[in-house]
Design a protein around this ligand. Sequence first.
Ligand code: NAP
Length: 272
Amino acid sequence: MTQNLPYAEVIGDPIAQSKSPLIHGFWLEKLGLSGDYRRAHVLAEGLAAYVDERRNDPDWRGCNVTMPHKGAVMDLVDDPGDVRATIGAMNTVVRQPDGRLVGTNTDAAGFFAPLSEVELAGAPVVVVGAGGAARAVLFALARADVGHVTILNRSPLKAMGLLATFGLRGEVCALDTVLPPAALLVNASSLGMNGQPPLDLDLSPLPEDAIVYDLVYSPLQTGLLRAAEAHGLDTVDGLDMLIGQAALAFELFFGSAPPEGHDDELRALLVG
Ligand code: NAP
């Protein structure tokens, strides 16, 4: 390992598929910053030892955390933002100069970044899914003070508690429910991902100014987004959130915001 080169990592099992090294490496190069961003294959049984070892490495700035460690890592780091009680999962750990490790979650802000100019207060929304990504989405939507929330999920019971957790008004429905006329539809489930069944929804109840946002980024152009475009609706794809959550983590790791004006180049790199 190069000495004194500040570095951050993404950890998970598996980890080969992670696009984070491409994103952070692109920004480091554009900014001409001296630093590195690596992939680390960390098994569940090795997570505590990994965290202990990195805690004592002054060159290590922190890590992004992906499956299956987003829950377990909360037991190993400080949680000043009370992430455990809200989103319930951490995707970023940052090492403080004194070796203290602080965990946070940049998914919620990354999700919301493309919607920051949209007036959502009081607006009805639909969220598909009730897993980790859906929790980050619901956290952000609660902050935006949205109106009635309809959660569609394969396991309705799992989704029931989420409305109360985030202080939202709404209901939980089965995946084949007729959509309400929502201003925003978010797919935060795995449906539509490569290797998963498609998300087949009839979008015709949505008003013509509705936004359809798919968190899935592999493939980038999902069946849901194609259907939304066919209905003339505005769409947001999963790369916006992926880049948005990475941007917040980058600043925490390397102390500089990502360079502006290179998003198209970065997106081309990520889909290439
Ligand atoms: P997760 O915690 O495993 O949750 C998966 C969700 O999908 C659950 O609601 C699950 O329903 C549902 N689901 C899975 N397989 C299904 C099937 N065959 N039929 C019906 N429902 C099914 O996963 P996650 O971390 O929330 O990730 C969900 C998606 O978001 C993934 O595609 C991931 O790549 C994407 N994501 C994107 C970003 C980004 O930056 N763009 C960030 C995070 C996640 P049950 O509750 O019934 O099991």
